[in-house]
Ligand binder design. Structure first.
Ligand SMILES: [Cu+2]
Length: 86
């Protein structure tokens, strides 16, 4: 499981490959990210694209990270990440 500390600066490098069926909407539970000045908890990423999302997690716990497209989630595009308390 990906683990980080509360208050630590974290860079998520999110990439997608493949054809048009491989557009994804990665979504973080529990914490938000900053991308190009916009605070969000979900991204839209197209195939052959990479996005760096900056996070300073402030909510300790074990959180879900998944694609928001239902078929992708059902196919297993689901993970957890842990934020340990400071
Ligand atoms: Cu997806």
């Amino acid at each position: 499981m990906m683990t980080m500390r509360q208050g630590e600066r974290v860079h998520w490098h999110v990439a997608a490959l493949g054809d048009f069926n491989n557009a994804h909407t990665p979504h973080w539970h529990g914490n938000t990210v900053l991308v190009a000045g916009q605070r969000t908890d979900v991204l839209n990423i197209a195939p052959a694209q990479m996005i760096t999302a900056d996070m300073v997690p402030d909510a300790p716990g074990i959180w879900l990270y998944h694609c928001h497209i239902s078929d992708h989630m059902l196919a297993g595009m689901v993970a957890r990440y842990e934020v340990t308390p400071r």
